[in-house]
Design a protein around this ligand. Sequence first.
Ligand SMILES: CSC[C@H]1O[C@H](OP(=O)(O)O)[C@H](O)[C@@H]1O
Length: 350
Amino acid sequence: MADHFARPESGPIPALRWEEPPEGPVLVVLDQTRLPQEEVELVCTDVQALVGAIRTLAVRGAPLLGLAGAYGIALAAARGYDVNEAAEALAHARPTAVNLEYGVRRAVTAFREAGSGQGVAAALAEARALHAQDAAASAAMAEQGERLLAELVPGGGYRILTHCNTGALVSGGEGTAFAVVMAAHKAGELRRLWVDETRPLLQGARLTTYEAARAGMAYTLLADNAAGSLFTAGEVDAVLVGADRIAADGSTANKVGTYPLAVLAKYHHVPFVVVAPTTTVDLATPDGSAIEIEQRAGSEVTDLAPSPLGTQAYNPAFDITPPELITAIVTENGIVSPVTSPSLAAVCPA
Ligand SMILES: CSC[C@H]1O[C@H](OP(=O)(O)O)[C@H](O)[C@@H]1O
């Protein structure tokens, strides 16, 4: 029997922070593979350690990956490592979330454009600017998402189903989809948060429950394959999810298991809402067919049972939801309906 443990403390969750101890600058990250049982921090003194943390999902979630990429460039520059090599290693640590390569690019550009001897300060300033930008985007999405819920679910008392984890653990602020849930909770309008466990790495069962418990929400965990019966029972007013990459036509890459929820939502006439900052929008990618889906080790699937030695496993980390299944995409700059007003360019900075 798993050890259940006391409700975690409330307050901000330091998913990632820059520190400058006497022995040199470090990036301190909360190891999300140890949550919720243990709050363990990893002190990254070099890019190799940070890349390892990204690949094992100690550091995870699209917006946070962007921050890790930017701070990783500042760390490489500050410790005298080759910035170009650091950029290559960081940008390719995980392929699907566009935020990672975006954050790396922002800091590398600042480093290269800085005056002589100013590269480290410029890269760190850009990482901090992206951090603040993400926190502001999170607050704006929460506000816009709450207004959208009031339109989509008249009468309040929302029963929201969410998948994977999209809270403060993936963000410089309160997160993406979970930030909207938090806003509804604070307004007294969250009747129930249905939390998909999110196999195989259980981001929902471990991390979203951790964040919902800290916030004092009314939440219920469910096995991913139980979601269908919730819709049948009429227990879902809206589905809110995050994103790792949104193509120009609104096709959305998100944690595997998202696409089936979109199909269920369509069949049961339930709003399906994606919440993501514009740093997750990739206008250079025309549609979902061009998004690389990360394939992860089969052991993440076979080891839980465990299955017989030699069992082959299919383990894509993400799937693609087509625009016609998405009711709305909430960004910090506005809400887009991929079917009726598909212009994501209108909400993205030029
Ligand atoms: C809104 S960012 C969170 C996003 O990232 C997750 O993937 P992973 O846990 O593999 O980093 C998942 O797709 C979430 O929606």
